[in-house]
Design a protein. Structure first.
Length: 85
């Protein structure tokens, strides 16, 4: 049975800390909403026994969104780690 992905456990941060940051950071808030939506789509696709390719694409999109969340948490207001180069 498919289950929702625990983003906060993966990031090793509390949900409350991220929620507090997202109140001050509209880009982070938007990314978190997008992540939750994509995660729901992954679970729905898995429950519906969707084609493997469809599920894979959704999971890749979820991972890309997670990477953007990490970037926004670690380097707010920048283009990520590349700001140092």
């Amino acid at each position: 049975m498919p289950v929702k992905h625990n983003l906060f456990e993966d990031l090793n941060v509390s949900k409350e800390a991220v929620a507090q940051r997202s109140q001050q950071d509209p880009k982070l808030a938007k990314l978190l909403e997008a992540y939750a939506d994509i995660d729901n789509q992954v679970v729905d696709a898995e429950n519906a026994s969707a084609a493997d390719d469809e599920v894979r694409k959704l999971k890749e999109l979820r991972l890309l969104t997670k990477d953007k969340i990490v970037q926004q948490l670690e380097y707010p207001g920048t283009r990520g780690a590349a700001k140092n180069f």
